[in-house]
Design a protein around this ligand. Structure first.
Ligand code: GSH
Length: 230
């Protein structure tokens, strides 16, 4: 079954930074699946119109267009049941739902306000005004103001990561002894940040580095070796 994968790209098309796309990239690698990766830009809505939406990730299999990282992961799990599991059964999938919602309501919004100016700067010029307008409306602030105030906001994000830090103090991965989709959901948010920004989100001695480094090195260093804008 051949797969096509639309991924958000920066000005340098080799830089793929979207957190939601990174979830799918890691999920495909976890399942041992190859996909043709297609660079997509925010303003190229027409290219993914058959998905029914205007956002990536989009995965295409034959005539089937799938959008939304969670739906794609569930589809991969159901379509490739003999490959390594992304969820630990129905209960594990339920719990991964909490991880997804925590990541989307706490981790990603916190990171966004720290790196949004650098995302903008990494974008293709054709995407920059769309991004600025839509994100300033969403965040209620100018990108430069958010950037200038980020030092003061970083401690709050570090503190908000306490549940993750404590869980990973007791076990190697959110999935237990080995990573599952829940690990990739949170990891992808950090991969988003480091794809566009060299500014340290975590303190040097944060124990989360062990977990991040472990996942970054998986699948031949897929994430660690990915091109970055910063
Ligand atoms: N719930 C979706 C969110 C997808 C999403 O927001 N994608 C962003 C890139 S990270 C996007 O394509 N946004 C399009 C836009 O802002 O116009 C998922 O999990 O895949």
């Amino acid at each position: 079954m051949s797969l096509r994968f639309y991924e958000l790209a920066a000005a340098d098309p080799a830089v793929r930074f979207s957190p939601h796309c990174w979830r799918v990239r890691m999920a495909l690698a976890h399942k041992g699946l190859e996909a043709e990766r297609i660079a997509w830009r925010f303003t190229d809505k027409a290219a993914i119109a058959p998905s029914g939406g205007g956002a990536v990730p989009v995965l295409v299999s034959g005539e089937t267009w799938l959008s939304d990282s969670w739906r794609i992961a569930v589809w991969l799990e159901e379509s490739f049941p003999d490959r390594p599991a992304l969820f630990a059964g129905a209960g594990g999938r339920g719990e991964a739902g909490f991880v997804k919602n925590w990541t989307e309501t706490v981790v990603q919004p916190g990171l966004m306000r720290l790196i949004v100016k650098e995302i903008h700067d990494a974008l293709d010029p054709g995407d920059q005004s769309y991004f600025r307008e839509s994100r300033e409306a969403r965040l209620g602030e100018r990108l430069e103001v958010l950037h200038d105030g980020r030092e003061a906001r970083r401690p709050a994000l570090r503190e908000a990561l306490a549940p993750l830090r404590r869980t990973l103090g007791d076990q190697a991965y959110l999935g237990g002894d080995a990573p599952l989709f829940s690990d990739y959901i949170v990891f992808a948010a950090f991969q988003w940040a480091r794809s566009v920004s060299a500014w340290p989100i975590l303190a040097d001695d944060d124990p989360l580095h062990r977990w991040l480094d472990g996942i970054g090195g998986l699948y031949g260093g897929l994430a660690d070796q990915a091109p970055r804008a910063a």
